[in-house]
Design a protein around this ligand. Structure first.
Ligand code: ADP
Ligand code: MG
Ligand code: ZN
Length: 479
């Protein structure tokens, strides 16, 4: 029997607000443990939560970007459970009435575009962090993260392969980062996902029993974990067994998953409306305000780049993956109006240099004006493309302007015909064997002479001119 996989994802994204969701404690990362706390986020009796309006702004922005219907009235609910990182013994979340529902995202796959349904987006608060010291066999509790605002984005079970799930996740992350509402850092947990998966005989409507992979923190692990689960389910069903509904953990070192808890052990969270918080109202004015604040999103930007700049789809996708990169491209093209040349340079030299620099492109030592100037100097023949790469490295290393570097280092391209002819004459005289072989028909040796000329001029010779002069001079020797 042939099976198909069914996947649905629950994504948690930490919102980039300055203060926590229901108190004024800072969300700053890296403070001394438990220093960013107050009676509200510590859950002291008598303290009352007040919603951070910025967290709501961000949630509405994401809901709009995901084409959701925004509920004018929603409710906060208490999700009750006991854990040392949760001082209140409940998490403020939303249950029956989330802030947004019925959305979708178009995701680009190798096979084309696929629309993935989004069931709901709701607001909640994060729990604290436990730090386990295995040597001393103790655990420490840090409540700085307690109460930091999160949104949970729940998808429909619309994905059919692990690659689709990874593509959907990538596009969600890209949108959140574009909106500037989440840093998207998976390793630090500001963007994490629970992956639900089941399989069913191809062609059947009813869903199979699912398992859930908790807290996946890299695209690669999500994909690998899902692939492992799909295979495991398939083997069990093929052997006539049944799938146990359970939560499992993916172990990256072994590439396999292990059971964490089964349905019987599953939590009963005893959700109920939080009596400390009023129903959450989203006024139409707020929705309008957020619509106006909506930046151009990655796919729209990509399509515009293809249309307006005439660059290939591949280039446009790479350039629009991150907003600062797209901005850099546009700023450069605004000065040097050859989009494909700019795109080539950004996708090769620029991205290679920027790799591993996590401060991002905003603080890149090369700015659009200087990149445009460099490309201009290559185009008008002041320097060769090859020298251009050397100049670029120097620009990246020093932050200097390309014309200064070219002047200081004497890198101006030699386009003087008589000067080049002299150099070439010497090279032909110095390499009589190669010359006779060339004249005997081994014309591939032209590249050798070009190379010698470039070396003699330390790369500064105009390559096109060198080719032309060489052909003429060698031709002369034929007679
Ligand atoms: P739970 O109560 O266990 O969290 P939900 O019904 O809320 O389950 O669904 C959580 C996520 O799991 C959603 O993204 C949903 O699309 C997905 N999902 C639900 N049932 C299945 C299934 N049988 N197979 C795969 N994914 C599923
Ligand atoms: Mg769940
Ligand atoms: Zn607080």
């Amino acid at each position: 029997m042939e099976f198909e996989a069914v996947i649905g994802l629950e994504v948690h994204a930490q919102l980039l607000t300055n203060s926590k969701a229901f108190c004024s404690c800072t969300t700053k990362f890296g403070s001394a443990p438990n220093s960013n706390t107050c009676p509200i986020c510590l859950g002291m009796p008598g303290s009352l939560p007040v919603l951070n309006s910025k967290a709501l702004d961000y949630t509405v922005l994401m809901a709009l970007a995901c084409n959701c219907r925004i509920n004018e009235v929603s409710r906060f609910a208490r999700k009750n459970y006991y854990y040392p990182d949760l001082p209140k013994n409940y998490q403020i979340s939303q249950y029956e009435l989330p802030v947004a529902e019925h959305g979708w995202l178009d995701v680009d796959l190798v096979s084309g575009t696929k629309r993935i349904g989004i069931t709901r987006i709701h607001m909640e608060e994060d729990a604290g962090k436990l730090i386990h010291d295995e040597k001393k066999s103790v655990s420490y509790v840090d409540l700085n993260r307690t109460g930091v605002p999160l949104i949970e984005i729940v998808s429909e079970p619309d994905m059919r392969t692990a690659e689709e799930a990874a593509a959907y996740l990538r596009s969600l992350r890209s949108i959140l980062v574009y909106l500037g509402i989440c840093d998207g850092n998976m390793e630090e947990g500001s963007f994490r996902c629970d992956a639900n998966v089941s399989i069913r005989p191809r062609g059947r409507q009813a869903l199979g029993t699912k398992t859930e992979l908790k807290n996946m923190n890299s695209f690669k692990n999500v994909q690998k974990g899902l692939e492992y689960e799909i295979e495991r389910h398939t083997e069990i069903l093929t052997d006539g067994g049944t799938i146990v509904q359970e939560t499992r953990l993916f172990d990256p070192s072994s590439g396999s998953t292990v059971s964490m808890r089964s349905k019987e052990q599953a939590h009963d969270y005893r959700y109920f409306p939080d009596p400390d918080l009023l129903p959450l109202k989203v006024e139409p004015e707020l929705v309008e305000k957020m619509k106006k604040a909506m930046p151009e999103l990655p796919r729209a930007k990509r399509d515009r780049f293809i249309k307006d700049f005439g660059i290939p789809e591949y280039d446009a996708s790479v350039l629009t993956a991150e907003r600062p990169l797209a901005q850099f491209f546009e700023d450069t093209v605004a000065i040097f109006a050859n989009p494909k040349a700019v795109s080539n340079w950004i996708m090769t030299e620029f991205m290679r240099a920027a790799k591993g620099q996590d401060s991002g492109l905003i603080s890149s030592p090369v700015n659009p004006a200087n990149l445009a100037k460099l490309l201009g100097m290559i185009e008008d023949g002041t320097i060769s493309g090859k020298i251009g790469k050397t100049v670029f490295e120097e620009m990246w290393g020093t932050g200097k302007a390309p014309d200064d570097i070219v002047r200081e280092k004497g890198l101006v391209q030699v386009s003087d015909v008589s000067e080049l002819t002299k150099v070439i004459a010497k090279i032909l005289a110095d390499n009589p064997k190669e010359v006779s072989r060339y004249l005997a028909g081994k014309t591939q040796l032209l590249a050798f002479f070009v190379g010698q000329t470039m070396r003699a001029t330390r790369g500064k010779a105009n390559p096109q001119l060198v080719n032309e002069i060489l052909t003429v001079e060698l031709d002369k020797l034929k007679n």
